[in-house]
Design a protein around this ligand. Sequence first.
Ligand code: FMN
Length: 198
Amino acid sequence: MSHLPDPLESRQPDHEILPLFLKRWSPRAMTGEPLTEGELNQLLEAARWAPSTYNEQEWRFLYGRRDTDHWPVYMNLLMEANQVWCKDAGVLVVIASHKVFARNGKPNPVHTFDSGAAFENMVLQAAEMGLVAHGMAGFDRQKARRDLQIPDDYEVEAMVALGRPGDPASLPEELREREHPTGRKPIAEISCEGRFSL
Ligand SMILES: Cc1cc2nc3c(=O)[nH]c(=O)nc-3n(C[C@H](O)[C@H](O)[C@H](O)COP(=O)(O)O)c2cc1C
């Protein structure tokens, strides 16, 4: 059973939205159990249905499941600060994106944007399934490219830890104290009508 805080108790939207947006957050405490192939497929399936420019679907998801030979390869990409808690994940994912249009090889200015949309689909699906999905920038991109043989026309974007929610008591003290859902800036700080005035 999870001891993680319920974000729906602490997060208050200023306007009415789907509860799933509030339910999604980035815990670090996980149980160290694997995910089933079915669960992983559901997360990848959700990602697959994201929108993209010309339906390019630039996103690529590479993964290493725990208890496989790939696991240490993926763990070794992470900065130590992320390894500390990712050791209890079930799957580690590297998201890469195709930098050029498939049909003409020209640069695609929104490949990162589109892959971010796919990431969000994945983590919302995980939240709905009661799983942990935690995005990470703290890893060695060059090492990921090298060790996972990612071709030059793909950007290495981010990593994601997937797992089952665990007990925050299992985390080092500093992370335990941060194991709470975060708030957000008000709409007035992130949007304006007309010219940029933020
Ligand atoms: C692209 C990306 C990179 C992130 N990198 C890290 C990371 O390296 N380590 C970490 O512990 N959290 C990381 N996070 C988690 C963020 O800190 C977290 O999403 C943010 O504080 C908002 O909190 P919430 O996701 O719980 O709503 C990252 C999140 C995203 C989307």
